[in-house]
Design a binder for this molecule. Structure first.
Ligand code: ADP
Ligand code: MG
Length: 684
């Protein structure tokens, strides 16, 4: 039975009815995986009450209303004398109050008109705007009266991401939970049934309290998640200290480090040198190294990692550098390869894209020990990949991998050393608990010559002034990112806002570019490449958060982040890191909306005051700890699904001591590690 349950949990979401490969790929972006399990671990962020109102005049602007409406007439939209007009459906509620339903997107016009035929009643649900008349733009639900109960009175709202609607989420959720009972028949471990019962409760909340970190079910799930994580750490630490896993320090066969320092085009910073010394000390011991290097974006971690790999190569051993995405693997390879070429070290790249004969050749070179440094994605620990002598495993963006994935790669060698890199600063108070099995080095210094990014906040009302100033800068040669959030549940209206901003900017900057997650990847890459090209005339790029990872445009010196209050501090700090990559002065402008809260403004101040990722992380934790709504769960610092560090300290202590006291993991603990560690089971 267990087998059937886990087979279901690891089923690809594309096989869920109504999903398919395109949506599954979008789920992958949002969930960090595309299995049923990845979906189950992604819980709603909040609830939306959709109780029925019969009288629209009792609702205020901004409320979500569900109201029966009688359709009176249709007013088709389109472009008139160069101006775009929305399509309007004129309706009355039961009291005879007029209500207008508006659609800006004219592509699906027939569809909407058919859904709202003249003379008929429909149950309509959406956010109420009050202009001249009560208006609902792009309703979330339109149902025939006999299907009115399809509109949930309490709707779970998922953090959705691009190209996925709340309807898709609820559809997938319903199908998964309809199928689950069958898979649990005959389950004898009560932990297992209790676990899925808790998941059901948080996916079908009956009130806002159900989603709070300390609600019964959320707390249970958080405890299990902590137990899984702490157990994996305990096992990994025990393995490391096990005398059977000692290894002799590696004898030096070649002399490469001197050559390395002579080859790189700059001097290492003090922090880089200190970190390297710590790494070299580790390598000289007989216990395998397990070291995490934390350093802000741009602090120069790659070169430190490369130096460690070169040190390995001095003994003839191999290094594998694991990156979370193809793009990041390519970027590393592009940086590392020229240095290796000059030194005569064979360096290669292996990703999921490598197939057939070329891939076979790469594998042969690895197996023979000829390739000394291999950069790649999960492909690096595929079953058929063998190493001659894997001495060092480097994991970039360590938080994107589970402990077990990292161990799966280490299992390809005989107790290889491990170096993890992270650009996500973790508050000091947390790093011990999260990286309990690792030693930590911090690169807290940027290469010389980097100017701090000047960050300012600006109310949205000042947009026109801003655009005028941008024009001067662009005429003087600057390149500008303009980022719009696309994160809320009302994705259509977010997308409308992005398009509107793009249209406005295009009038002033005719060569402006646009990228968003609903574009196909080729098209998107083409636009980004054009923006990155120094010789192209594209000087401003309007983008949703798809630019957060993987784009490197040294000429870009200005980033405007619209509705900055809707991003977490971590995300803002990461976004800001898209500029300031060259030696020119860079700027970040945080545009905030009208309904920003006092706390929201204070949060933005943290960014205007400091550029230090660690300080931002500390502040973020403090502000969250003092009762702000969003928990660390959504903060982006740590990839927990249910754990909110600020609120689950006690659970943390419980889980840590349970893990410490465990002799060997029982079957439930192993299941938990499987569930929370992306499907690779660590061996004890
Ligand atoms: P990150 O820590 O974000 O991975 P990178 O390793 O990509 O940072 O380094 C950012 C840039 O800084 C690269 O172009 C790299 O060549 C350069 N760099 C790294 N160390 C130094 C240094 N000591 N002096 C000057 N430039 C450096
Ligand atoms: Mg990096």
């Amino acid at each position: 039975m267990r087998h059937e349950l886990f087979e279901f949990l690891t089923t690809d979401l594309q096989f869920i009815r109504g999903v398919g490969p395109v949506l599954a790929a979008r789920f992958n972006d949002v969930l960090g995986g595309r299995r049923v399990l990845d979906f189950l671990l992604h819980t709603p962020a909040y609830i939306r009450a959709r109780g029925v109102t019969e009288n629209i005049s009792t609702a205020t602007a901004g409320d979500v209303v569900t109201v029966p409406l009688l359709v009176k007439s249709h007013k088709q939209g389109g472009v008139f004398r160069g101006r775009r007009r929305p399509t309007q459906i004129i309706c009355n509620d039961k009291m005879g109050n007029g209500v207008v339903i508006q659609f800006f997107n004219v592509n699906f016009l027939d569809y909407w008109l058919k859904k709202l035929p003249i003379g008929e009643w429909r149950m309509v649900s959406g956010k109420l705007d009050r202009g001249a008349r009560p208006t609902i733009n792009h309703p979330d639900f339109i149902e025939e009266m006999q299907n009115a109960d399809k509109i949930p009175a309490i709707q779970a709202i998922y953090p959705a991401g691009e190209g996925l609607t709340q309807k898709t989420f609820s559809n997938v959720r319903d199908q998964i939970f309809n199928a689950l009972p069958d898979k649990l028949v005959g389950e004898s471990d009560s932990n297992v049934t209790e676990f899925f019962d808790a998941l059901r409760h948080v996916h079908y909340p009956t009130g806002a309290d159900d989603l709070l970190p300390n609600s019964t079910y959320m707390a249970k799930l958080a405890y299990w998640e902590l137990l899984a994580h702490q157990s994996a750490i305990v096992i990994s630490r025990r393995n490391r200290n096990d005398v059977r896993n000692r290894r002799a320090p590696r004898p030096k066969k070649y002399d490469l480090m001197g050559k390395f320092y002579a080859t790189i085009p700059f001097e290492l910073t003090g922090a880089q040198t200190r970190t390297l010394r710590e790494i070299f000390d580790d390598l000289a011991r007989d216990v395998p190294m397990m070291r995490l290097v934390q350093g802000d974006v741009g602090s120069g971690k790659t070169i430190v990692a490369l130096a460690a790999a070169v040190k390995m190569a001095e003994s003839g051993a191999q290094t594998a550098l694991l990156a979370p995405t193809d793009t990041l693997a390519q970027q590393h390879f592009a940086k590392i390869k020229p240095v290796c070429d000059k030194m005569g070290i064979v360096c290669d790249i292996l990703t999921g894209r490598d197939k057939g004969a070329p891939r076979r050749e790469k594998l042969i070179s690895l197996r023979s020990g000829r390739t000394k440094i291999i950069v790649g994605t999960h492909a690096l620990f595929s079953d058929d990949v063998e190493y001659k002598d894997l001495g060092l495993v480097i994991v970039d963006e360590q938080h994107r991998f589970g402990v077990s994935q990292r161990e799966a790669l280490r299992a390809k060698g005989a107790n290889p050393d491990l170096l993890a890199l992270s650009a996500t600063p973790i508050p000091r108070t947390l790093s011990m608990t999260i990286y309990g099995d690792m030693d930590v080095s911090i690169i807290n210094e940027k290469p010389a010559g980097r100017l701090p990014i000047i960050t300012t906040k600006l109310p949205i009302a000042r947009t026109n002034d801003l655009i005028a100033r941008l024009k001067l800068q662009i005429d003087a040669g600057a390149k500008v990112f303009w980022v719009c959030p696309l994160v809320e549940e009302s994705e259509t209206s977010d997308m409308t806002a992005v398009n509107a901003r793009y249209t406005q900017l295009q009038k002033i900057f005719p060569t402006a570019g646009l990228v968003h997650g609903q574009m196909d990847k080729k098209q998107r890459d083409a636009v980004m490449a054009k923006f990155a090209d120094d010789n192209s005339d594209m000087k401003i790029l309007v983008a949703t958060t798809v630019i957060e990872v993987g784009i490197d445009v040294p000429r870009a010196t200005i980033i405007v982040i619209e509705n900055a209050e809707r991003f977490g501090l971590a995300a803002l700090h990461q976004l800001r890191g898209r500029v300031g990559r060259g030696n020119a002065q860079s700027y970040c402008i945080l545009l905030y909306g009208n309904n920003i809260s006092e706390v929201g403004l204070k949060r933005l101040d943290v960014l205007t005051e400091t550029d230090d990722g660690f300080a931002i992380a500390e502040q973020d934790l403090i502000m969250r700890g003092t009762g702000e709504l969003l928990g660390t769960r959504q903060s982006g610092w740590i990839n927990y699904h249910f754990v909110d560090y600020a609120r689950h300290r006690d659970l943390f202590k419980l889980a840590a001591s349970a893990a410490r006291d465990m002799d060997a993991p029982d079957s439930w603990t192993r299941d938990l590690m499987f569930i929370f560690d992306r499907g690779v089971t660590i061996s004890a």
